[in-house]
Design a protein around this ligand. Structure first.
Ligand SMILES: CC/C=C\C/C=C\C/C=C\C/C=C\C=C\C(=O)SCCNC(=O)CCNC(=O)[C@H](O)C(C)(C)COP(=O)(O)OP(=O)(O)OC[C@H]1O[C@@H](n2cnc3c(N)ncnc32)[C@H](O)[C@@H]1OP(=O)(O)O
Ligand SMILES: Cc1cc2nc3c(=O)[nH]c(=O)nc-3n(C[C@H](O)[C@H](O)[C@H](O)COP(=O)(O)OP(=O)(O)OC[C@H]3O[C@@H](n4cnc5c(N)ncnc54)[C@H](O)[C@@H]3O)c2cc1C
Length: 672
């Protein structure tokens, strides 16, 4: 059977020649990346969106003001919902809906951004049956627009310091929601500023003067018809951001605003009409919406890096600059070893982040169904895993995307490349849903507990059972037959385990000297977050291994294995200092890793375009002139530039207003 190679009439010949070299079928690779069902749905929905002009951008968003962006994406999201039944197979499938929104709307935000990613998941996990009936159904039916208002101006990380109050008034059976200080203003919630009319609000529950910590409450903030803020509510937009400017992230204050008692989300924690409080089965069960987003972010971030890799690799196959052999003509920039070394490891990361995203979603679904039954044993594992992955993946994604941008030279800096916007959105992920450093320390806490368990000969679970294994003194990399990569994975494991035990021992020593647990933790915090990173990078490498092993088709497995082996080599070199510290690796082994990595860059080179084609991003979804599937970059860059708002007239008013008078005056002075 012929292999699918994504060749279409009118394509740039250079790219067609590249595509013909592929050793595998791109549609089969897409199935490995997305899952065969989702890959098929993506392909079909992209075709349908192409035909539905109401879903198309009315002009490039780069040339719009913020208000135009908000209005444009509100228009498109409404059209998207109006046509949803004709486009997707299952509107309740988050993944399918995400891809529809990615095609039709892009990633700059829209009024329902947080509604679907947090508001609804919070209701699903935390509202009781009656409350689900009251709010979840209308929310799913688009009768209201919700947001998730937790972060305050003064505190985002330290949730225990949130100041918003929900004081129970027994006499009226209501909560009084109040913002006592300016720092207590809710700050940042997506779509709050101008779009939402409801919010899940985190506030300290106070009953008879006693605080029970923060809980989630459903608060209507705007009138459903006039959209004006309700009495006692102040709400607005927090202003422009690095990116994501079609989202109206907002502020919100309450002046003794009253809501019924039953507006506290009461699936787990409860308050009855007498003010009697019932504790939830797990203290952090109210954090489930955050864990949900952290779990979806992994795959989405992989997709962002996949988009940037697609743009940079396609462009690098169109762009020619300089000669390798004098007189033999300019080469495609992807033929430079430095360009391959810059881009292929990012491509490999994008692949593994997408695989890890799938694994973590499966664990999330399991924990969610357990929680329905009041079972919370796996919550700590999920929290640790998502905290580490969220931090490492977002960090490596933005570092990788920056490589992609630089690899496109000057044109990468233009918004026409599409990279600045996705970079800006992805980099937000280092902060939202838990600042990365803070989340790494959460994982470190879990790892330190795991060490204590292993010292008793027990394991906390599958994610950390490698801590029970003995340490090898020396690596077998380069000492076993060429082509065996088991020792590489073993090196990730060794490095993570060593750092985890090292910092655990250091903490114990400090405490043995009389230092408090908290101060010892501070003294070792940098080492602790390193342990968390190394553990997560081992998890990612092992996940890549699991994926390659699971692929049945030989050609796909071989092409994936090349990426996996490149990933092992590149990441090991990135963390090689840890392996040199205890002489686990010797200098000749490091050279071996490097040489093997250079060999793999050459092996991957002919498959490069098909490895990015396999993401199957439509041009509409990619929103990049440089990353166009057909490779016709230059004429379209020129066309794009002509759309610039500055080109609406040959002479703009500021010339006559400022520059001309200055130059005239200067000329007159020089004539005197
Ligand atoms: C998905 C989008 C993708 C693409 C679209 C593009 C763009 C999207 C754009 C925008 C994003 C949209 C929305 C963003 C929303 C938000 O950002 S919402 C706000 C998120 N806020 C945070 O994440 C705050 C971070 N802080 C915390 O989570 C906590 O404060 C903490 C740091 C974890 C500490 O919590 P706390 O003070 O309560 O903790 P302690 O009392 O000290 O207890 C610690 C013990 O609790 C355990 N723990 C903590 N959290 C959890 C949890 N979630 N589940 C289970 N267990 C948890 C922790 O491990 C400690 O356990 P111990 O060691 O056994 O004591
Ligand atoms: C694009 C975007 C969308 C958002 N959407 C929402 C939303 O929909 N709803 C919502 O409620 N919030 C939202 N947020 C807010 C976001 O969740 C918080 O900004 C985030 O949790 C970080 O908190 P912070 O701003 O208080 O940072 P800070 O905690 O002030 O962090 C500043 C620095 O202090 C360090 N730090 C803080 N605490 C510790 C510690 N314990 N140990 C070591 N270092 C520490 C951090 O590592 C960081 O370097 C959004 C934010 C962004 C950027």
């Amino acid at each position: 059977m012929p292999l699918n190679k994504e060749i279409q009439p009118g394509d740039n010949d250079e790219l067609t020649r590249e595509r013909l070299q592929a050793t595998f079928d791109t549609q089969q690779m897409a199935a490995a990346l997305w899952g065969s069902d989702l890959a098929r749905k993506r392909r079909e929905l992209a075709k349908k969106v192409d035909k539905l002009t109401v879903l198309h951008d009315s002009k490039d968003m780069s040339f719009m003001t913020r208000e135009e962006k908000l209005s444009e994406n509100a228009r498109k999201v409404v059209q998207m919902f109006a046509h949803v039944a004709d486009i997707v197979e299952d509107p309740s499938d988050d993944a399918e809906m995400f891809h529809l929104s990615s095609n039709a709307i892009g990633h700059e935000g829209h009024p329902f951004g947080v509604h679907f990613v947090m508001f609804i998941p919070a209701l699903k996990a935390q509202a009781d049956d009656e409350q689900r009936e009251k709010w979840l159904m209308p929310a799913l039916g688009l009768q209201l627009i919700g947001t998730y208002a937790q972060t305050e101006l003064g505190h985002g990380t330290n949730l225990r310091a949130l100041e918003t109050m929900a004081t129970f008034d027994k006499a009226t059976d209501e909560f009084v929601i109040h913002t006592p200080t300016v720092t207590a203003l809710k700050w940042w919630p997506g779509s709050l500023g101008k779009s939402s009319n409801h919010a899940v609000v985190s506030a300290n529950l106070i009953i008879d003067g006693k605080s029970y910590g923060h809980h989630n409450f459903m608060v209507q903030i705007r009138d459903e018809n006039t959209h004006k803020p309700l009495k006692g509510i102040t709400v607005g937009d927090i202003g422009p951001k690095m990116a994501y400017n079609a989202s109206d992230n907002g502020f919100l204050g309450f002046d003794h605003h009253r809501i019924p008692r039953r507006n506290m989300l009461m699936r787990h924690a409860k308050v009855d009409k007498n003010g009697v409080y019932t504790k939830p089965p797990h203290a952090k069960i109210g954090y489930s919406a955050m864990v949900h987003v952290r779990s979806v972010m992994i795959g989405h971030q992989g997709m962002f890096l996949g988009s940037a890799s697609t743009i940079a690799i396609r462009y690098s196959l169109v762009r020619r600059q300089g000669e390798i052999k004098e007189g033999s003509g300019e080469v495609k920039i992807l033929d430079y070893q430095t360009q391959q070394h810059r881009l292929f490891p990012q491509l490999a990361r994008a692949y593994v982040f997408m695989f890890a995203g799938k694994e973590v979603r499966e664990l999330y679904q399991k924990v969610l169904s357990d929680m329905e039954k009041g079972e919370t044993t796996l919550l700590a594992d999920l929290h640790a895993l998502t905290s580490g992955l969220k931090s490492v993946v977002t960090h490596l994604c933005v570092a990788g995307m920056e490589q992609c941008r630089m690899a496109c030279g000057g044109h990468g800096y233009s918004r026409a490349s599409g990279i600045p916007e996705i970079w800006g959105v992805a980099v937000g992920g280092c902060t939202y849903e838990g600042e990365n450093m803070v989340m790494l320390l959460q994982l470190a806490r879990y790892l330190m507990k795991a060490v204590k368990e292993t010292k008793k000969g027990k394991s906390l679970g599958r994610l950390v059972d490698y801590l029970l294994l003995p340490q090898d003194r020396h690596s077998l990399i380069g000492r076993v037959p060429q082509g065996e990569y088991g020792p590489h994975l073993a090196a990730f494991e060794h490095i993570a385990r060593r750092q985890i035990f090292k910092v655990a021992d250091e903490l114990t020593k400090l405490q043995d000297k009389g230092m408090s647990k908290e101060i010892a933790w501070q003294k070792k915090a940098v080492e602790l977050q390193r342990a968390a990173r190394l553990h997560t990078r081992f998890y990612l490498a092992a996940c890549f291994h699991r994926k390659v092993q699971s692929v049945v088709d030989g050609r796909i497995r071989e092409a994936l294995a090349d990426l996996y082996h490149l990933h092992l080599n590149y990441e090991l070199l990135d963390m090689v200092n840890y392996a040199l510290e205890d002489a686990y690796l010797k200098a000749d082994q490091v050279d071996f890793i490097r040489e093997d990595m250079y060999r793999l860059l050459e092996t991957i080179r002919p498959n490069a375009i098909s490895l990015v084609d396999a993401f199957e991003f439509s041009d509409r979804e990619l929103r990049s002139v440089l990353g166009r599937r057909d490779g016709h970059v230059y004429e379209n860059l020129y066309k794009w530039a002509k759309e610039s708002e500055l080109n609406r007239a040959d002479v703009l008013p500021y010339f006559d207003k400022y520059l001309k008078p200055m130059m005239l005056a200067a000329r007159q002075r020089s004539n005197i």
